[in-house]
Write a protein of this length. Sequence first.
Length: 160
Amino acid sequence: MENGQREVDAETEKLVANLRAVGERSVASIQAQMKLEVSQIMPEVARVEAQKEVARGTAEATVSRLRVEAEADRLKQLAQALGTPGIYASDEFVRNLPQDFSIVLRYAGEGMLWTDMGKAAASLNDLAAIKVLQQGGAREQPVHGPPTAPLAEAEGAHCE
């Protein structure tokens, strides 16, 4: 009986090893088949990915080109509406001035007092005093008011 038991145990081990080997071969075969199929599909996947990237790049380039063309067309139409590119440039200059930008105009009479002054005039008050001295001292001078037309209208400029 002991011999029979050994024979059955040996036969069982042999059957289990055989089934295990068949299972491992089956798994290896399935894995090999899967790798083969994946390797056959990968070139197609790479081709589709490449097409997708080309399409994305083309679309982005088209969008960028259309934006630039639209902006150029907008500026062209604006310049045409204003009459000349020079007026448009002046308008853009004025629009881009800082919000707190200010100009103070002081009427100093006829003439161009600012030439050849150098550092002699530290302020507008100094300029006025020099102007009075150049005109002959403190004698009374006729009072000239400011120009009647605002500066912007006189020069044809556009201000906001």
